[in-house]
Design a protein around this ligand. Structure first.
Ligand code: CTP
Ligand code: CA
Length: 224
């Protein structure tokens, strides 16, 4: 299918990918989560593997199977667990792609028993979770680092802010403007933004095809 992927351009390279949502526990039976399916990250892992890379996929809770047996799949639940797994593996990697939809906040206190219904209103204090990608950006040495951004306003400006703050090589902006693009859908429409101001816009495609486009950009950068 894709010429540049067919001759194993990532042979000998190690690629880390985060995928899926995170679940932040409230009590023994409840959590804060989101609708991320994990599909984009799993397709990226499969594409990197097909390109010859040794792939470590750190995944939050999803219904997806490991796409390829040879991929090292590490299942986690919370942002904290994803952070610890990512930090443990990052230093030995050549590239990392953060496709996970990490919860930005978690309950400050985990209730040890199921919270009982009481008053009309319930307030719950939340605290920030670790930013997995920003932490990798701080540790980055030789690695190529890629993030995603999902924005509903000022999308390019906000994505460029994340590119800079998290010390990324490029950022994939997921467009919500078109029908059929986003969290639960089978398709995505992306733009890739680079540090030098360059920007590539892609059409509406299957997540598998989008993964191929992102991998092509990664391969180009890694071969520079
Ligand atoms: N990300 C992460 N850890 C977090 C939050 C985000 O690794 N705790 C990563 C995501 O995987 C994604 C990128 O950071 O690659 C951007 O995520 P996004 O939610 O768009 O940005 P935030 O920095 O969380 O900012 P905000 O949600 O306020 O827009
Ligand atoms: Ca966020």
């Amino acid at each position: 299918e894709n010429d540049i992927l067919s001759n194993l351009p990532l042979r000998g390279k190690k690629v880390l990918i985060t995928a899926g949502p995170t679940y932040e526990a409230i009590d023994p039976v409840r959590f804060i989560g989101n609708h991320s399916s994990g599909k984009m990250g799993y397709e990226l892992a499969a594409a990197a593997y097909r390109a010859g890379a040794e792939v470590t996929l750190i995944s939050g809770p999803t219904h997806l199977q490991n796409p390829i047996e040879g991929i090292q799949l590490i299942r986690v639940h919370s942002a904290q667990e994803m952070y610890e797994a990512a930090i443990e593996h990052f230093d030995s990697m050549d590239a990392a792609i953060a496709a996970a939809a990490v919860s930005d906040y978690r309950p400050k206190h985990l209730a040890s028993q199921k919270i009982k219904k009481a008053d009309e209103n319930l307030n719950m204090e939340l605290e920030r979770t670790p930013d997995v990608l920003a932490s990798l950006g701080k540790r980055k040495k030789h690695q190529v680092l890629v993030g995603f951004a999902l924005e509903t306003e000022n999308e390019h400006e906000n994505a460029l802010g994340k590119l800079d703050r998290k010390n990324l090589d490029f950022i994939v902006l997921n467009s919500l403007n078109d029908k059929g693009a986003g969290f639960k859908s089978e398709t995505n429409k992306i733009s890739i933004l680079y540090r030098n101001g360059k920007r590539s816009d892609f059409g509406l495609k299957s997540k598998k095809e989008v993964a191929g486009d992102i991998l092509n950009e990664l391969i180009e950068l890694m071969n520079e």
